[in-house]
Design a protein around this ligand. Structure first.
Ligand code: DLL
Length: 432
């Protein structure tokens, strides 16, 4: 089934007309309502009126995470707060998150786009969907929640964690759709098998996975472990959250909701456009957002686009699975973490040296992070109690800034290797 055939199977010439009209409206909106964009456009000598074709988007400057950080919290909102009905946030590069807002119309669009994506993955009103994303500032849970509800599925908002209870709910409630990060879904599968439960004991049939990169091998493992069809969906808070794109049952790339998002692929080093089918960084302009429109947002995600018609009948462009990022952002169990956030926490703590290392490993299918730090010689008193207190202070600061737990290990002064050039701070031992 196709949720919105009028838009998902739209003739591409008509799509371009619609995109151009909406792009003009969005540029006019940000120019008139957001001083950041107005000043930037004026400086760059570009005006919304300069836009005569979709190609002209290239005359407008990119937006980066830095602009979002500098305008924290509401500086880039194009709607007054009285019209904003929801706020979400995602990691910034420092201690402060990126804040995004939604009007009622934005929320309605969001649930429509998710309804499209879950329908293309094969979800129907008959389904029982268990959402294992964390309900909170993260866009994952609420985004999927309202779209699945719109599609008519019965939702089990079990949120993150509590693995054994998740499995009990799956069995007792007859869950048919599992929603979460692919790594958590594998962890759940392992736990279910320890509890003596296999695919035959549960009704699961579809997985809606996203929020982190995952390989085709991982897809096969998930499909085997749960006896399901595992589908990928993509999005980012700055643009909306989940709902930007998702896989249909052909699983040949994720269909982009192009009537709401204009996409480009650029060379991450030069900013120059890449040719059709070439790999590069995805850049997105929102076409209908009211509260938080973004112009040419550099996602840092590496992918490539395909405009070939899909066997499912949809005409929208597809993006290949995201294979990496063009910045240093880490995704640890679905949570975005910048090494610079960790560094800023460590620099605030008295009694430790500026040398540290972040070690990522897998425990079963879950990501774990260990932060190794050196106490200064002064702080290295030999008193176990002092060291334990120091470790506890670092741990709780990290938890509050990153929203995930990290193991903190104090190591002897001068034991972390000093680099000759660029410091190697991250050791990622998670295999892909
Ligand atoms: O992760 C939104 C989301 C939630 C998407 C649930 C899908 C399902 P953020 O926390 O802002 O938003 O993180 C966005 O996560 O720029 C990518 O690097 C990565 N990411 C999201 N989905 C995928 C995916 C949500 N399917 C960042 N494959 C993005 C690979 C993904 N990476």
């Amino acid at each position: 089934m196709i949720w919105d055939p009028q838009h998902e199977c739209i003739d591409r010439e008509r799509l371009k007309d619609l995109q151009l009209k909406r792009l003009k409206e969005t540029l006019t909106l940000v120019y008139s309502r957001v001083s950041y964009y107005r000043e930037l456009f004026d400086r760059e000598g570009c005006r919304p009126d300069d836009l005569c074709s979709l190609e002209d988007i290239k005359k407008f400057p990119f937006t980066t995470k830095l602009a979002l950080r500098d305008n924290y919290p509401y500086g880039l909102f194009a709607a007054p707060l009285k019209d904003v009905v929801r706020l979400h946030a995602s990691s910034g590069t420092t201690g402060k998150p990126i804040v995004v807002g939604y009007t009622k119309k934005d929320l309605n669009t969001w649930s429509e786009l998710i309804a499209r994506i879950v329908t293309m993955a094969g979800v129907t009103a008959e389904d029982v969907a268990q959402i294992t994303f964390g309900y909170g500032l993260f866009t994952g849970a609420f985004g999927l929640h309202y779209g699945l509800e719109k599609a008519g599925a019965a939702i089990v908002p079990s949120s993150v964690g509590n693995t054994e209870k998740q499995i009990m709910l799956m069995k007792d409630f007859g869950t048919t759709v599992l929603v979460g990060t692919p790594s958590y879904a594998l962890h759940l599968a392992e736990a279910a098998s320890r509890m003596g439960m296999g695919p035959g004991d549960l009704k699961l049939r579809v997985g809606l996975f996203g929020a982190e990169a995952w390989s085709e091998n991982m897809r096969s493992e998930l499909e085997k472990a749960w006896g399901i069809r595992a589908t990928d969906n993509y999005g980012l808070s700055e643009v909306m959250g989940p709902g930007v794109s998702g896989e249909c049952i052909e699983a040949l790339g994720m269909h982009i909701n192009e009537d709401h998002f204009l996409v480009e692929v650029i060379d991450p080093d030069t900013g120059e456009p890449m040719g059709p089918g070439e790999e590069g960084e995805l850049v997105i302009t929102t076409l209908t957002k009211e509260a938080f429109p973004v112009i040419r947002y550099r996602t840092r995600d590496i992918t490539k686009l395909s405009y070939e018609p899909c066997l499912c009948g949809r005409t929208t462009a597809r993006m290949r699975k995201v294979t990496g990022r063009s910045d240093d952002m880490l995704i640890i169990s679905g949570v975005n973490v910048f090494p610079s956030q960790i560094e800023s926490v460590l620099m605030e703590v008295n009694g430790i040296s500026p040398h540290y290392q972040i070690i990522l490993t897998k425990k079963g299918y879950l990501d774990t992070m260990e932060v190794q730090v050196e106490p200064t010689e002064k702080a290295f008193t030999g008193s176990f109690k002092d060291l334990e207190a120091l470790e506890g202070r670092i741990k709780s600061r990290l938890q509050s800034v990153l929203s995930i737990g990290a193991r903190v290990r104090l190591v002897e002064p001068f034991s972390i290797e000093r680099s000759q050039g660029k410091a190697k701070r991250i050791i990622d031992n998670r295999q892909k």
